[in-house]
Ligand binder design. Sequence first.
Ligand SMILES: [Zn+2]
Ligand SMILES: [Zn+2]
Length: 252
Amino acid sequence: MIRTTERSEVGLREGLTHLLYPRKCPGCGIVLPAGKLVCDECREDFRPIEEPTCFMCGRQITSMTGELCYTCSTSDRSNAFGIAIFPYNDIMKKAMSDLKFRDRTDNADFFAAMAVTHAGSKIRDFAPCALIPVPAHKTRSRNRGYNQTELICNKIGDLLGIPVINDLLLRTRKTDFQKDLGRMSRRRNLEGAFACNFEVYPRAMIEAELPRVLVVDDIYTTGSTMEHCASKLVESGVSKVGLLSIAIGGGT
Ligand SMILES: [Zn+2]
Ligand SMILES: [Zn+2]
């Protein structure tokens, strides 16, 4: 049987954090009343992407007739479809970097809740057997104490009742930060950066128990990270890979 990663430790840490530090707005940082994930003013600024969107990455497109954005129509794509929740604009840049570098782990709850509100039905229709967060290299997440994508993914899994498998995809080597690189260098930077964990999940098990998975990432730019993950999963026996990005930027 596929096992999901133990989350009790993370849950305990989140619970204690919440008691000690009341939840703050992911936009302006004011302390929020209990039960709120964003303040009323900032809610307006966190505007999810609207249709029409690119079928492969979820980026907003202008054409009502075309199905793909320019980047997807001119690149190799191994995934079956893609969803994105927010454009990677200034408020998202701040909220995402607060989550990544300034311990604002409560922002993960907000992103997950918005993903479920705006894409819950699309995700349920795809009926993924598991959610797979894009892995961070161990030394990088160890420095921070957490992988922000895993936090978001775990929360989405909890809300939708879908198992999360944190150790199916492994980051096999540390790569440069993608945002600092051009398109070609990004592709080279990721060559061989991901592998499937066949020690724990043999190919026959993947083929039998994971025909459909949804890969979750925090920020999608050119799509090369997602493409490397998707192609590795398909190569390893998954039939259909869907993508979910919390924020999407770049491209047209
Ligand atoms: Zn606010
Ligand atoms: Zn696209």
